[in-house]
Design a protein. Structure first.
Length: 144
């Protein structure tokens, strides 16, 4: 019998067809969604900062309490299928955005390389983040 290799789930399934574990696997672990954003009151533009949520583990490049993040962090946004169109602030390389648009995920994505560190050489991670503090002005940490 021939060994027929099937295409990976992210190439064959729509976002609506993904299981919960497949949905979670689309995340490349860049951590950019863990960075604080501020919105300009005048033109509604959204600016990304270098300030990470207090649950972000800088060394691990991941949430330190992913399972409970929504209870622990006020305003932590859960990316769901129903809300995927609202997350236009995610990077252009975000697999959720790309798959929603019917586009392929990048060749450096951990689903393809089997290595979570492959996001780093491509600059797709929270660069030099600092953890949020009570006395911090987010405007001082806007990323250009």
């Amino acid at each position: 019998m021939e060994n027929i290799e099937t295409a990976p789930f992210w190439e064959t399934k729509t976002l609506e067809e993904l299981t919960q574990s497949e949905w979670e696997a689309l995340c490349d672990g860049c951590g950019l969604c863990c960075l604080h954003r501020i919105q300009d009151e005048d033109d509604d533009a959204i600016y990304l900062t270098r300030v990470a949520c207090h649950c972000y583990d800088i060394a691990a490049h991941a949430c330190s309490d992913y399972a409970n993040r929504h209870e622990r962090v006020e305003g932590c946004m859960k990316l769901t299928l129903e809300r995927v169109e609202e997350f236009d602030w995610l990077p252009e390389s975000c697999a959720y955005r790309l798959r929603h648009q019917g586009r392929a995920i990048p060749s450096w994505h951990p689903l393809i390389t089997k290595d979570p560190a492959t996001v780093h050489p491509h600059g797709m991670h929270a660069l030099n983040p600092i953890l949020e503090k009570d006395e911090i002005d987010l405007e001082d940490y806007i990323i250009d």
